[in-house]
Design a protein. Structure first.
Length: 499
């Protein structure tokens, strides 16, 4: 019998009374390894009530004590790093190295959250008028909620709840139903780190459970990461219900390759950034834009890409694992067929990919198209698989125009030896995260994760200073004290003479 994933309500791991359960499968084998419940209305109401109650005391806990919970949590996550990565690999199919990276990037956000006393500092100006001072405090919002995708089951929950809770909020997490075991382990360790009862709650499920959070008046802020269609829906419904919402969505990330770029760096970086993690990264490079004579490198890149091998999580030679589900595999293969039908040149075909020992895995081999144009469906859609589309232009201006016309704006990069070309690109490109000779420019948590355009709906981004602002309110105080009111508190001989 497969394991039943518990809910985490009011400081207890509890088995749901739900009649609806979702199978969690190992994508390399199709083995059902667990079942996640669709939390009932009663269970979700209990989670909200507990989070509301816990907020009343947690917001009063000294900020340095809140920071210490994060320090202990960071140490526990590091201690259990490999064990969490193994759980993660079992439900996502990621290779062990990739799974460890997923956990590590989450740990970095917890480290950032441990700096909460300085992150919360407000501003002060003395004598805004004679004898009047103005200063601001950063106060928590209340109950916040997070809805996370399948592709980073450690990193993305850790983008959310540690910072929200360090700010003094309480938090309800609704992880992806496709890989809920990793978040469950993260929560067990959070409890072990000394997080008080009720500060964090976990409900499982899908649309119905998300809708509950979107409509529940006690939930003040929603963080979402996932696909564009769901992100737009969540942003609209959440803001209509007067909530603060940040929704990080899908992407189509371009890498511009100038003819003066370091060729061997381009080849190795492009291969890793396009098919690594089976292309299931919101910052994966899915379009390579070859400028001028750089197009001559396309055959060599295709040859390198063809050598990349997917495989099982513990195979040290495997570059990446299977796709998350048979449906995801089918979707990617359909796009490959569509690309052929719409006239792109299939340079490397990843369909019908077999991996020894895993006959039932959701494998798609590395795939590369040449002669892709911007009117093709394979260019317009986020394929979310190990598929690289090569396009060709004659100038940096043309490359910029292509990237800026694309509706997404998560990440982009340029490979060049020219500072002037890089400067022009970084300044003019309408994308939120730019790499210069860096293929996947995900910022460390002391910056913020700043997708633009169709890749983000909201105002304040994840982690960094913006993350703190998202999970808090600013209170601005203007104060005046009258000197004539100073009392003789220390007895007759200690009177302060202010005259
Ligand atoms: P998804 O949108 O299918 O699911 C994300 C979450 O939304 C899950 O928790 C799911 O249960 C919930 N959900 C699904 N359908 C829903 C509906 N109709 N109504 C309400 N909630 C619903 O996304 P996914 O497939 O899990 O993740 C992959 C997507 O996430 C890709 O598009 C990827 O680009 C994106 N992503 C973006 C970022 C970023 O920072 N921009 C990071 C990681 C992933």
């Amino acid at each position: 019998m497969s394991k039943k994933v518990p809910l985490y309500i009011d400081g207890e791991f509890v088995q749901s009374q739900s009649s609806q359960w979702i199978d969690v499968t190992n994508p390399a084998t199709q083995e059902v390894i667990a079942q996640a419940p669709c939390a009932t209305q009663t269970e979700m109401a209990q989670a909200v009530a507990s989070a509301q109650q816990a907020f009343l005391t947690w917001k009063e806990v000294a900020v340095s004590e809140r920071a210490r919970v994060m320090m202990r949590y960071q140490a526990l996550l590091k201690e259990h790093h490999d064990e969490i990565a193994e759980i993660l690999a079992s439900e996502t199919g990621k290779t062990f190295e990739d799974a460890k990276g997923d956990v590590w990037r989450g740990i970095e956000v917890v480290e950032h959250a441990a700096n909460i006393p300085s992150l919360l500092m407000g501003e002060t100006v003395e004598n805004v008028a004679r004898g009047i001072d103005t200063y601001s405090f950063t106060q928590p919002l209340g109950v916040c909620a997070g809805i996370t995708p399948f592709n980073f089951p450690a990193m993305i929950p850790l983008w959310m709840f540690p910072l929200a809770i360090a700010c003094g909020n309480t938090f309800i997490l609704k992880p992806s139903e496709q890989d809920p075991l990793t978040p469950t382990r993260l929560v067990e360790l959070f409890e072990q780190a000394g997080a008080p009862k009720g500060v964090l709650q976990v409900i499982h499920g899908g649309k119905e459970q998300v809708d509950f959070l979107l409509d529940e008046p006690a939930v003040k802020a929603i963080s979402f990461v996932g696909s564009v269609a769901v992100g737009q829906y969540i942003y609209r419904r959440g803001t209509e219900n007067m909530k603060r919402v940040q929704a990080f969505a899908g992407a189509k990330n371009h890498c511009v390759i100038m003819p003066d770029a370091n060729k061997s760096q381009v080849i190795s970086n492009l291969v890793g950034a396009s098919v690594g993690a089976a292309g299931q990264r919101c910052m994966a490079i899915s379009v390579a834009v070859f400028v001028g004579s750089a197009r001559e490198w396309i055959p060599e890149i295709a040859a390198e890409l063809a050598k990349v091998k997917p495989g099982g999580w513990d195979d040290p030679d495997a570059a990446y694992g299977p796709l998350i589900s048979p449906q995801a595999k089918q979707r990617v293969e359909n796009f490959i067929t569509q690309g052929v039908n719409e006239g792109a040149e299939l340079l490397v075909d990843g369909r019908n990919c077999d991996v020894a020992g895993y006959p039932h895995g959701n494998w798609v081999g590395p795939t590369m198209f040449g002669k892709v144009t911007t009117d093709m469906e394979i260019y317009k859609n986020e394929i979310f698989g190990p598929v690289l589309c090569a396009t060709e232009v004659d100038s940096l201006d043309e490359a910029l125009a292509m990237v800026n016309a694309n509706p997404y704006g998560n990440g982009t990069s340029i490979f060049t030896a020219s500072g002037a070309a890089a400067r022009k690109y970084q300044h003019n490109v309408e994308v939120g995260q730019v790499g210069i000779n860096i293929p996947i420019p995900v910022p460390l948590p002391f910056f913020s994760f700043t997708g633009w355009k169709g890749s983000f709906f909201g105002d304040l981004h994840a982690y960094g200073k913006q993350g703190v602002r998202f999970y808090s309110e600013t209170k601005t105080i203007t104060a005046r004290w009258f000197e004539s009111d100073i009392a003789d508190v220390n007895g007759p001989n200690m009177t302060i003479n202010l005259k």
